[in-house]
Structures are given as structure tokens and as C-alpha cells.
Ligand binder design. Structure first.
Ligand code: AMP
Ligand code: MG
Length: 349
């Protein structure tokens, strides 16, 4: 068995940020490595000194977030996981509390298809390691973990105290930490008075303002080929996040096993190759993309409704394209022939 991980560089390239508009105003760009990917920060209309100050500040922030929120390396989250497992009643740090609270809310809204409490399942599959060498998980162990049903609902917060009823809960924020980090970084830029920027973390991004007089145009990667499947314009303040079965996977006896696990079965989610979500904040877009990939090509509109996300593009493993009406209006296909799109209405809750 060997693991195939698409290099973050490739992903960043494939999900192209297609620049358009006039280049009259100053434009600055910096590349930062965090969350296992290269993050491109682009600033429009700020002077050199301010741009450099922003890049330095974001570089430090991303380093901190990456270290602190990593479930599998020593850091704040690893420490929280150790205490959760031991069943301790402990004080949670101020930096960790919002992650736990927000992810619990998103988990509940997704009917627990986005479930950051399934860290043990992720580990059993070997997806916690940079380059895992594990084979298929032991089915008995897997069944036990699924039966134990680790859930964010097992975690009880009282002020700054935290307690967990289920020793099988292990937090893995891999499904939404990037979005959460991008939101915090964008807040930082806005606090510095920067109004036109894009933070692009390997194709997952948040954009504010505009690039000159034009919107930002971004690409959505083709899930089964190199290159761009579709593109869309983003402006004012929007985030675009994609989850795909091609991002991290291994092959075993001719079958591919990817990194997004259906908490109900314990196995990689089936039926969907990629999901792209546009939302006002990056945190929700990130969690929703993961949840909707788990939900599958039939059920995703219901979960999109409960998550409050109305701009969604789904490409099934068979290549069928579905979109909400609001997404269908926005995208331009970059493949020929242009695919048929099945429009799926959702009912926002
Ligand atoms: P993303 O690329 O945002 O879809 O995140 C994928 C990562 O989220 C995986 O590598 C796991 O660390 C984690 N993950 C996998 N399955 C789930 C799930 N059902 N709910 C929450 N996080 C998950
Ligand atoms: Mg996600």
C-alpha cells in the first residue's frame, strides 16, 4: 500500500487564482506555509510598509495556529485531547474555547456529518500521519469506535471548564481549522485597515473588497484531472472552500480510500468527488464542504439547508454536476463540453 498525497503546491496551482483587472494600484503578494499548505496572501491598494507589516503579522499568526491546533503534534489541542481521554474536568484555554464551541455548533447543524470528535477514526485509517504506512483498519476496532459514537455533544462546557463523558472523543479540527484560521487572519488584515485582500490557502480562500475595479476570479479544481473545472468571481466578502476525495488518499488492492470519513460507517464517504461551498465566512464554508461531501450526492441539500449554506457545487464520483440555484448563477465552466447541471433547491433553516 502506498499513500498518494497531492503536493500542496500542485493544489495551489490547480485551483488557480486568476487575476483580472487593472494593475494600476499597488499589489503585494506573500506566500506563507501553514496547515500543510502554501497560503498566498494578496493585498491590493496598500503601500509597501503596510503590506510587509501585514505579512509578518500573518506569518506569526499562522505559525501559532498551526502549532496550537494540530491534533497529532505536541501543542494545545494535543493537551486537550489527553485530558479528554483521561476524563478530567479541566480549564480550557481562551484560544481553544472558540474552536470547540464553534465546531460543536457546526457539527450539530450538519447532523454530525461534520464531526471533529472522530479523531480516533481518522487515526485508525492512518490519515493523522504526514505519510501513514498503515493498511486498512482492523474492522473490529473500527466497528467499536463507530458504536462508541464520539460526538461534540459529549463535551460539556461550564464557563472555562470542560468535561467529556466519552473517552472515545478525540478532537481533530482538520475539517475546519483552515477556514477558522483564514477568518482570524482576515480579521487581522481588516483591523490593520486593509480592505482589499485575498487569503488563498491551497485553493480554499476568503476575499474581501476587490482587485482594482474588478472582482477576484477564482478557479475550482477538476476532481479527476489536472486543471480548472470551473471558475467564479468573488467580491465584497466571500469565502470559497472545496473538499475533495482526491486531496489525500491511499490505494489498497486497486481501491482508493480517502481522508473524509463518514462518522456513521467509519469508512471514507462514498459517492461524492468534490464539494465547493461559497459562504460569508471561511469557517462555515470549510466545515460545510466537509459535511456535504459526507452527506453524499442525494442528501447534501438537506444538510446544506441546516448549515445555512445556499451556494454549493457538488461533483459526484460518476461526474454528475449538481448546484444550488445561487451557485449555478455564479459559475463558469472551464471544461468542454460544458457539463449539464442538475439544480437542487435547498431550504435554509
Ligand atoms: P477538508 O479537506 O476540509 O474536508 O478536511 C478533511 C480533514 O477533516 C481530514 O483530513 C480529517 O482530518 C478531518 N475529517 C475527516 N472526516 C471528517 C468528518 N466527517 N468530520 C470532520 N472532520 C473530518
Ligand atoms: Mg473542510
Amino acid at each position: 500500500m502506498h499513500l498518494l498525497i497531492r503536493p500542496a503546491v500542485l493544489l495551489a496551482l490547480c485551483l488557480l487564482l486568476i487575476a483580472c483587472g487593472k494593475q494600476a494600484e499597488p499589489f503585494h503578494q506573500e506566500r506563507i506555509y501553514a496547515f500543510g499548505t502554501l497560503i498566498d496572501v494578496s493585498l491590493w491598494g496598500v503601500d509597501e510598509a503596510k503590506a510587509q507589516a501585514a505579512f509578518t503579522s500573518l506569518g506569526e499568526d499562522f505559525d501559532y495556529m498551526h502549532e496550537e491546533w494540530h491534533a497529532w503534534r505536541p501543542g494545545a489541542l494535543a493537551e486537550v485531547n489527553r485530558k479528554l481521554e483521561a476524563g478530567e474536568n479541566f480549564t480550557i484555554s481562551e484560544s481553544m474555547l472558540p474552536l470547540i464551541e464553534l465546531s460543536a455548533r457546526l457539527s450539530q447543524a450538519s447532523q454530525e456529518l461534520f464531526n471533529p470528535a472522530i479523531g480516533r477514526l481518522i487515526a485508525l485509517w492512518g490519515f493523522h500521519a504526514d505519510e501513514p504506512e498503515a493498511g486498512l483498519p482492523d474492522p473490529e476496532q473500527l466497528a467499536k469506535l463507530v458504536a462508541a459514537a464520539p460526538s461534540m455533544g459529549d463535551i460539556h462546557i461550564d464557563g472555562s471548564k470542560l468535561r467529556c463523558d466519552n473517552p472515545k472523543v478525540k478532537l481533530d479540527f482538520g475539517g475546519f481549522a483552515k477556514g477558522f484560521g483564514v477568518d482570524r487572519a482576515m480579521e487581522q488584515l481588516q483591523a490593520m485597515g486593509i480592505g482589499n485582500a485575498i487569503i488563498n490557502a491551497g485553493g480554499d480562500l476568503r476575499a474581501i473588497g476587490q482587485r482594482g475595479e474588478r472582482a477576484w476570479r477564482v478557479g475550482i479544481r477538476h476532481p479527476r484531472a489536472d486543471g480548472v473545472f470551473a471558475s467564479l468571481e468573488v467580491s465584497s466578502d466571500e469565502s470559497v472552500f472545496t473538499s475533495g476525495d482526491y486531496e489525500r488518499f491511499f490505494e489498497h488492492k486497486g481501491k482508493a480510500y480517502h481522508h473524509i470519513i463518514d462518522p456513521r460507517t467509519g469508512y471514507p464517504a462514498e459517492g461524492t468527488a468534490s464539494v465547493t461551498v461559497i459562504h460569508d465566512d471561511a469557517t462555515t464554508a470549510d466545515a460545510a464542504a466537509t459535511a456535504l461531501l459526507v452527506a453524499g450526492p442525494k442528501r447534501w441539500p438537506e444538510i446544506a439547508g441546516s448549515l445555512g449554506t445556499d451556494r454549493v457545487l457538488v461533483i459526484s464520483t460518476g461526474g454528475e454536476v449538481q448546484a444550488t440555484p445561487a451557485m449555478a448563477r455564479r459559475i463558469r465552466f472551464e471544461v468542454t463540453p460544458e457539463p449539464e447541471v442538475a439544480i437542487r433547491k435547498i431550504h435554509l433553516q
